[in-house]
Design a protein around this ligand. Sequence first.
Ligand SMILES: [Zn+2]
Ligand SMILES: [Zn+2]
Length: 142
Amino acid sequence: MPAPYHGRCNCGAVTLSIEAEPVWVRQCWCRQCQRIAGGSATSNALVMTDKLATRGEIHWWEYEAQSGNVIGQGFCPNCGTHLLGRNSARSIACVVRLGVLDEAAELAPTSIIWTDEAPAWALLDPALERFARQPPAPGTAT
Ligand SMILES: [Zn+2]
Ligand SMILES: [Zn+2]
């Protein structure tokens, strides 16, 4: 399904829309993602920030990754749904959590990152490209 894509948090206080096709869609098994995803990977669509429109208040929690980059996880302060992720090394783009999109079923991941931190029971699609940790630049840091 072509853009635009639309999404919202569980309570509806935050809505968003994406005007262009994502740069990529990938799963991330890093520990920070497992915590917000309830134990599994996050699935994320990278979009250029100027193609993303959001409405409603988004709170950000930030941490410094091993790379030294500052990672932000954006969520609805009312219902806690995680919507966005950002990286200080990549300010012109951000990731949208696939689960918030109405059209999530149309956007399949093509790669998996941070497989080093996935639990032994994780089911990793063998058809997808894998990276043990963070893929190399350019523009790929999560
Ligand atoms: Zn909400
Ligand atoms: Zn992650």
